[in-house]
Design a protein around this ligand. Structure first.
Ligand SMILES: C[S@@+](CC[C@H](N)C(=O)[O-])C[C@H]1O[C@@H](n2cnc3c(N)ncnc32)[C@H](O)[C@@H]1O
Length: 292
């Protein structure tokens, strides 16, 4: 069947074959999985791009992103096909694991200072890496003893820019644990925006990075957060991403994934489930990691 989807006044509907062409392109280029069930959602998002660019059909739009190799428009397309929804301390049980299991182990790591590396892969507008940083600073007694760094990356340059700024509205800071707003944010400005404090900001390195391309990241990491990102990828791409993470984690290191994601494939040989959407890499930590 080649029926148009949700035709709306003023916007060109697109056919099944156009949708399939877009899905094939998104899969080839970004590892994204666009099932037919997503068609209405994709339609409503892409039609805004077509209107903005004054392009009359989805086929012409795909020609643009395919043939001109237009990086800017490819990024617009990724933004349209994925969501940047995030929140401070989202899926809080992962931060509880950091607080209860990881932080106490860090004190007995070797080295002076002790090297600690976390990665928020698919960090969106920054709430996730800032939540990691606040949890670590809150828990560590003597931060001077640690060489503490958090890498925060996303494919979408717009969200990376916002994450770097670290400015959040009243609605965004509502879920912070009691006392954190006063402790880890500067006083609100006239527009009632709260900016993350320099002490937290300086722990984080932000960058643009596509997780389905060869990774320019060495690690090794004590923990990787990659939550609500792989959900957009097809199974093969997901499994490659999990394998990359397994290779980048220290023995005993943690991988946290999103609530509707599941780790499968070769990486499950080395990453064992230890809690809700929480995995740990096999092997003996060099020192100081509890092995429970
Ligand atoms: C729903 S947000 C998740 C944010 C955060 N991890 C959380 O759970 O709250 C998904 C993020 O994944 C990013 N993303 C999608 N595909 C990606 C890719 N191939 N490489 C890196 N980031 C990607 C999107 O730009 C978006 O910011």
């Amino acid at each position: 069947m080649n029926a148009p989807v949700h035709p709306e006044a003023g916007a060109a509907p697109f056919s099944d074959s156009e949708f399939e062409r877009l899905a094939a392109f998104a899969n080839r280029s970004f590892g994204l999985k666009l099932s037919p069930a997503k068609k209405p959602l994709v339609y409503s998002r892409i039609s805004k791009r077509l209107t903005a660019l004054k392009i009359g059909s989805l086929n012409n739009y795909i020609d643009l992103v395919e043939k001109t190799n237009d990086l800017g428009e490819r990024l617009e397309l990724i933004s349209a096909l994925t969501t940047n929804v995030t929140a401070f301390f989202r899926e809080n049980h992962h931060f509880e694991t950091v607080r209860k299991d990881i932080v106490p182990s860090l004190a007995s790591k070797p080295g002076n200072p002790k090297r600690v590396r976390f990665w928020s892969a698919g960090c969106s507008t920054g709430e996730e890496p800032y939540s990691i940083a606040m949890t670590l600073l809150e828990g560590l007694q003597n931060t001077g003893a640690f060489d503490l760094r958090i890498l925060a990356t996303d494919i979408d340059p717009k969200v990376v820019q916002r994450a770097k700024q670290g400015r959040y509205g009243k609605d965004n800071v509502g879920q912070l644990p009691a006392g954190y707003l006063g402790k880890y944010f500067e006083k609100p400005d006239a527009g009632e925006s709260y900016t993350i404090s320099p002490d937290i900001r300086k722990l984080i390195t932000f960058g643009e990075l596509n997780l389905i391309e060869p990774l320019p990241v060495k690690g090794p990491f004590d923990a990787i957060f990659c939550r609500n990102v792989a959900i957009y990828f097809d199974m093969e791409t997901q499994q490659k991403v999990w394998t990359n993470f397994a290779n980048l984690l220290l023995p005993g290191g943690y991988l946290f994934i999103g609530h509707s994601e599941r780790l499968t494939g070769p990486a499950s040989e080395t990453l064992k489930i230890t809690g809700v959407t929480t995995y740990r890499k096999n092997g003996q930590p060099s020192s100081g990691w509890s092995t429970k």
